[in-house]
Design a protein. Sequence first.
Length: 130
Amino acid sequence: MDEKITEMMDEELKSRLKALSNLPSGSKEETEAIDNLAQLYKLRIEQAKAEMDLDDKIDARDSEDRFKQEQIKERAKDRYINLGMTAAGIVLPLVFNWVWMRRGFKFEETGTYTSATFRNLFSRFRTTGK
């Protein structure tokens, strides 16, 4: 629709410019035709500005939407990374403690701790963090 209006305004401007050359110089009709042509041209300029503003607003909105989508993706990635790190912070110490506790209990079957390393580690085993 806007393109049709733009084309119509351009055609009207062209036809009025052609008609202007047929009017006698300095006449009242020529002055009125020039005033009408100037008003029409101002309307055309305003329409072009409005179209440019609309295009700028659409581009800005699209850019903002893309930025928000990227932020959402980054937040989701951060959430998964934080969840993984939290899970690793819980699971890894539990696995570590379980492995060393099993080894320690094998030592305990004989009734003695033969390793000084395990005696020191055994006092530091915790299933939860501070």
